[in-house]
Ligand binder design. Structure first.
Ligand code: PMV
Length: 332
């Protein structure tokens, strides 16, 4: 059977960095994100005997070997187990934005894969079941793309990971004015993946314990800020959390320096604009792109200013978006 789905990327306001279980992909800390409406992945999956092995086509190019194909196959194995099937699958996936450059393509990708593959295997999963499955893909943050709006990925305590999944803090309609403007300063694939980078941080970073210890307070503040639509609280805590993450990255051995000159240009600009009264904040993941946190009323002015910064190749405005959906528009 063939099934297709569409899933949105998400960007964390409070970041996940470091695992307590590398096989089940259980995080050392909880995280909070916004599911975005403009960055998505469409995926079609077909399980069929006519394929003699798993086939993975990403953005019109067949991935014949390597880590990406292994991750997809491993994820298909989980679904084959859930659906009690033993045949290979063809997977075709398309992102409408740069892949693996710190724009959370793996989150939307693995959520779309989990939903389409489960359906193709004859399974209708709840959002909790989907989130637990998507989390185990290799991209833990995929757990959060299984839910729309403002989302918390619960750290969980249990060894089997049954209490570590995403829940909704607020629907997208709760705060429709909230925006994230994604800047694209480079479309090159990052040199160190999140998976490798966070393992190195856990092992070598002298600041890592302080990072983990600081998270409960950040989670509480951002959750409160979202529920009260307190933009200054959400923005300032998200920005501080991002800087703590990058402090840990920078003090990992070997150092994880994901920023590029244009990344710093944007950071300095945002700080100066904010000082002069234009309220906006930044957040950055394991890549050079800066996501500007702002409100709808300031979007046009910010686009104008961002486009004037040297090195900014593209800006994409994202609103709060929905969770994943099945679609009849198959890619093959
Ligand atoms: O889900 P992963 O393994 O791609 O790691 C995501 C890590 C960050 O994007 C830096 C933080 C986050 O919470 O999304």
């Amino acid at each position: 059977m063939k099934a297709s789905s569409i899933a949105n990327a998400n960007i964390a306001l409070i970041k996940y960095w470091g695992k307590r279980d590398r096989k089940l992909i259980l995080p050392n800390n909880g995280s909070i994100s916004l599911t975005l409406d403009s960055l998505n992945t469409v995926t079609t999956v077909e399980f069929d005997k006519k394929y003699n092995k798993d086939i993975f086509i990403l953005n019109d190019r067949e991935i014949k070997e390597g880590e990406e194909l292994e991750k997809v196959s491993r994820h298909l194995d989980l679904i084959r187990k859930v659906g009690s099937i033993e045949i290979p699958a063809k997977v075709m996936s398309k992102n409408n934005f740069p892949t693996a450059a710190g724009l959370a393509s793996s989150a939307s990708g693995f959520t779309a894969l989990a939903l389409a593959a489960a359906k193709a295997a004859g399974k209708d999963l709840s959002s909790k079941e989907l989130s637990i499955l998507a989390r185990q893909s290799g991209s833990g943050s995929a757990a959060r793309s299984c839910v729309g709006g403002f989302v918390e990925w619960l750290k969980g305590e249990k060894k089997d990971g049954s209490d570590s999944y995403a829940v909704q803090i607020a629907k997208k309609e709760h705060w429709p004015e909230f925006r994230m403007i994604t800047t694209v300063v480079s479309t090159l694939k990052k040199k160190v993946s999140s998976t490798t980078g966070m393992d190195q941080t856990v092992k070598t970073c002298p600041l890592y314990k302080a990072w983990v210890d600081s998270i409960p307070e950040d989670l509480e503040k951002v959750k409160r800020g979202i529920l009260n639509k307190d933009f200054s609280l959400v923005g300032s805590v998200a920005e501080f959390n991002c800087l703590k993450l990058h402090a840990a990255m920078l003090t990992t051995r070997p150092a994880l320096i994901y920023w590029m000159p244009a990344t710093l240009e944007i950071i300095h600009s945002i700080l100066s604009w904010r000082k002069k009264g234009l309220e906006c904040y930044f957040t950055i993941d394991a890549g050079p792109q800066v996501k500007v946190i702002c409100l709808d009323k300031d979007v046009q002015e910010l686009i104008k200013r961002l486009k004037n910064i040297n090195g900014v190749r593209k800006v994409i405005v994202c609103k709060p978006g929905t969770g994943p959906k099945l679609t009849d528009n198959h890619l093959f």
